[in-house]
Design a protein around this ligand. Structure first.
Ligand code: 5GP
Ligand code: ZN
Length: 136
């Protein structure tokens, strides 16, 4: 199903033009309009899903296989030195477009980008408490 007024539904289904790198029955891969690096791309499912929680399991599997194919293409064609996958769910996590998308961000030596999260240093007890909360 497509969602009215969803820009990525329109792009994925070709109603709004985009710089398309790849298209098949279920997905379109486009260049990001505001690239973090050269070749920064987005995998968009054609069916609307707001985020990872809503994405059908089959699409979730397919999207990673497609990411792997695109990764090989980027290495071959762009000679990137690395690749970040990024996928934001919810405003607090940085999601600005509420249609699932997986960022493919080719990385280059000296590209000037950094994806640095501030990291904590919990005790073993704190880690165990979190583990229990999640698994129990
Ligand atoms: P988010 O922050 O939701 O994970 O990422 C949204 C991404 O979509 C951003 O990197 C932004 O540059 C990109 N974007 C937003 N609108 C458009 C658009 O109309 N076309 C394209 N190609 N990219 C877009
Ligand atoms: Zn949509």
């Amino acid at each position: 199903m497509r969602k009215e007024n969803c820009i990525f539904c329109k792009i994925a289904n070709g109603e709004i033009p985009s710089k398309t790198l790849y298209e098949d029955r279920n997905f379109r891969v486009i260049l990001d309009l505001g690239p973090a690096t050269k070749g920064h791309a987005l995998i968009l499912p054609k069916e609307h899903a707001e985020n990872l929680y809503d994405l059908p399991q089959e699409s979730a599997s397919e999207v990673m296989v497609l990411a792997q194919k695109m990764a090989a293409t980027f290495v071959e064609k762009l000679h990137c030195d690395g690749l970040n996958l990024m996928q934001n769910n919810g405003e607090v996590a940085g999601q600005t477009v509420r249609h699932f998308h997986l960022h493919l961000i080719p990385r280059y030596v000296d590209d000037g980008q950094s994806i640095n999260l501030k990291t904590g240093s919990p005790t073993q007890e704190e880690l165990e408490a979190i583990r229990r909360t999640i698994v129990e």
